[in-house]
Design a protein around this ligand. Structure first.
Ligand code: PRT
Ligand code: ZN
Length: 290
């Protein structure tokens, strides 16, 4: 059973790339906090919840040990820690990858070329695992920051580090050789038993998170069309459910409303216009329970 018998405790990164988005996500599902800036434990104003603000590296272990029931953390950090926790949700932000990178003109073209080399990294566990699986013998050198400078300083021959845009590698004369792990922020849960009232709260938050994530992937679309074009337009609209068709005061005209996946909108936009749709309006959706 978890140690904390009072509020549902959620760990988020104190100050870093994931802090703001994690907090925003909690606020989006209806949790209210204030005065969190200079505090470590922050009570929620409207639910039996408290936030624990810590370094991201500590989050998986804290969740594993039941000091917190939930945590928001990068998958790269969870995977490196090998903590015994469960992933409840991938969160769609903080996307990055752990990659092996080598000096651009170093003559390294594949992982095998790194046999016997020194690899600087803040991710020794994942890096060692990856090279071992490929049967390549390397020495991992653990460095906690500015890993990308290690080859220039001749501290290492290559690196394994987090990459997002790739700008940092480029600036340091490095290029990516291979991806070890794809990552994004995730919500993790302790595998220890949780009291029923806390589990109920978690279920409620997951439902709200699902509604929010679904809404973010969808758009509400409205358009006008001649009645004769309804069938063609309804066939073109990429919605799962049947669109709503409403008569308009103007003769033989209707309004068509539907919810569509955002990513499909541009694909069908021109076709809808060609089929006779006009006044097409697309709106974001706040929450969506399907
Ligand atoms: O203080 P604390 O230990 O809590 O924070 P931290 O410094 O360890 O982590 P932080 O805040 O830098 O990152 C938190 C999490 O954000 C990481 O664990 C990843 O899950 C995720 N993330 C997403 C990233 C990046 N993108 C990223 N680009 N983490 C680090 N980077 C680094 C990258 O290593 C490079 O040095 O940012 C630099 C710029 O990257 P490029 O490729 O865009 O140039
Ligand atoms: Zn960290």
């Amino acid at each position: 059973m978890v140690q904390n018998e009072t509020s549902l405790r959620i760990a988020i990164q104190k100050g870093g790339r994931l802090s703001e988005k994690s907090l925003q996500l909690l606020e989006n599902i209806g949790l209210e906090f204030d005065g969190y800036k200079n505090r470590i434990l922050v009570p929620c104003k409207n639910h039996d919840v408290e936030l624990l603000l810590i370094r991201d590296d500590d989050i998986p272990e804290y969740v594993q040990d039941g000091i917190c029931e939930l945590g928001f953390v990068g998958h790269n950090v969870t995977a490196e820690s090998k903590a015994d926790v469960s992933r409840l949700r991938a969160l769609g932000f903080g996307r990055c990858r752990l990659s092996v990178a080598v000096p651009k003109n170093g003559g390294y073209h594949s992982l095998k070329d790194l046999d016997g080399c020194r690899i600087a990294t803040s991710y020794p566990v994942l890096t060692r695992d990856h090279f071992e699986k490929q049967g390549v013998q390397v020495d991992t050198i653990e460095i906690s920051g500015a890993v990308e400078i290690a080859p220039t300083l001749n501290v290492a021959d290559a690196i394994s580090d987090i990459v997002s845009t790739g700008g940092t590698l480029k600036t340091n004369g490095l290029m990516e050789l291979e991806t070890i792990l794809e990552s994004e922020a995730e919500l993790i849960r302790t595998n220890l038993a949780i009291p029923e009232h806390k589990q109920d709260l978690i279920d409620k938050f997951l439902m709200r998170m699902g509604a929010r994530q679904q809404a973010e992937k969808s758009r509400y679309i409205m358009m006008n069309a001649p009645s004769g074009a309804v069938q063609k337009i309804c066939e073109l609209i990429p919605s799962l459910k049947s669109p709503t068709v409403l008569p308009l005061a103007e003769n033989d005209m209707v309004a068509i409303h539907s919810v569509i996946p955002t990513r499909r909108f541009w694909e069908v936009m021109e076709e809808l216009k060609a089929a006779g749709a006009s006044g097409i309006v697309i709106l974001p959706i706040e929450n969506m329970i399907v």
